[in-house]
Design a protein around this ligand. Structure first.
Ligand code: KG4
Ligand code: ZN
Length: 353
């Protein structure tokens, strides 16, 4: 594969103060403005949940069309909230992948066009890399190196983050991502999309521990995950249960959530022991899950490890993480090659360069 981040040749003559960030990799249109001196100035987001809800999952074609409708008004709103003119933008970062092909293209084409029109550098950045560095947007940020568990709708990664651009992938899912497992299980329980928050809410109504699901891959060495078997176990139970009343659905939701949480926590604990790292970051949409946060907190305390989370709105997809990463890299001299518009739908984290 052709390398995506070209090695920087020249540092910008002057620091790029204001970087616009554009995120359109899936079902959220998100924009932010990051000031390399003062930090995040403004961020806006439009979620397409309502558009996809009736289909039980993201419909790629509808996602692209909706990004097109929302992206310009959101950029305008973000500029207004930051109190900046369009001409102040010194660089543009957009998410170049991984993600849905058509959705990525909306952000990439607009980002490149804006850069051309304003004569400022642009850079397509890696979505997962941006998630990994999202905790850096918070007042209490981890220093390098740290272990990151990234759990989202498309990804389940355990990675050692040694520094900017220096990531070692320690484990990943072999099939469904953790968020995907939540979404698919929610569908089986007739819950709306996205399934994570819906399952978490229903699970709170559970009163008994009458169901127990397997903890996938915990009995095997290594740091990889697999969640598709868990979804199948729920499916089998749902099909063989006569009265799928509210209480039974709540008990199934709780048992499923407990199985996912325990699997994530035990594997993370294993990765901490293996690497000896003393800082842990939890990121991605599933990191918003309260049960996961509580159990991860307990484990981290027992291990003497400091735990960091981005705020919930920066755990899920957002423009701030793209603007932040873009600002870092553009100021180091990285930028897109001239006269190209590139996106990568499948872009492994260890193939950044
Ligand atoms: O990071 P994200 O916004 O988008 C991707 O890059 O995929 O993550 C979305 C995923 C969805 O699968 C959603 O069901 C899950 O995160 N999610 C949750 C919760 N909130 C969102 N999963 C479990 N519990 C939650 N509270
Ligand atoms: Zn994401």
């Amino acid at each position: 594969m052709q390398s995506f981040y070209l090695k920087p040749e020249n540092l910008p003559l002057e620091p790029i103060q204001y970087t616009l960030g554009i995120e359109t990799s899936c079902d959220e249109t998100a924009i932010a403005l990051y000031d390399c001196r003062r930090g995040l100035l403004a961020h806006t987001l439009y979620s397409q949940i309502e558009v996809h809800n009736q289909y039980g999952g993201v419909v790629p074609e509808l996602a692209s069309r909706d990004h097109i409708l929302k992206i310009l008004p959101l950029i305008q709103q973000t500029l207004q909230e930051a109190g900046l003119e369009r001409s102040s933008i010194g660089g543009v970062a957009y998410c170049a992948g991984p993600g849905l092909a058509g959705a990525l293209l909306v952000g990439a084409v607009l980002g490149r066009s804006l850069g051309w029109a304003l004569s400022v550098p642009t850079l397509g950045v890696h979505h997962i890399e941006a998630h990994l560095l999202a905790p850096m947007l918070e007042a209490e940020k981890p220093s390098f190196p740290f272990l990151a568990l990234l759990v989202s709708g498309g990804h389940t990664h355990l990675a050692e983050v040694k520094g900017l651009g220096d990531y070692a992938l320690l484990g990943e899912t072999l099939d469904d991502a953790a968020g995907e497992a939540f979404d698919k299980t929610a569908k089986l329980l007739k819950l709306p999309y996205p399934g994570g928050p819906a399952i978490a809410q229903l699970a709170q109504k559970s009163r008994t521990e009458r169901f127990h699901f397997p903890r996938p891959m915990l009995d095997r060495p290594g740091l990889d995950f697999s969640f598709s078997g868990l979804k199948t176990a729920v499916n089998t139970l749902v099909k063989t249960t006569d009265h799928l009343d509210e209480q039974t659905r709540a008990d199934i939701a709780a048992a499923f959530q407990t199985a996912v949480v325990e699997t994530l926590v035990r594997k993370t604990e294993r990765a901490l022991r293996q690497t000896g790292l003393k800082r842990l970051v939890l990121a991605g949409g599933v990191a918003a899950n309260q049960a996961l946060r509580i159990e991860m907190d307990k484990m981290a305390k027992n291990q003497g490890v400091s735990l960091y989370y981005p705020r919930p709105s920066f755990c899920t997809d957002n423009g701030a993480m793209i603007a932040y990463l873009g600002s870092l890299r553009l100021n180091l001299g990285y930028c897109d090659p001239p006269f190209t518009i590139r996106t990568i739908t499948r872009w492994p984290l260890d193939q950044l360069f």
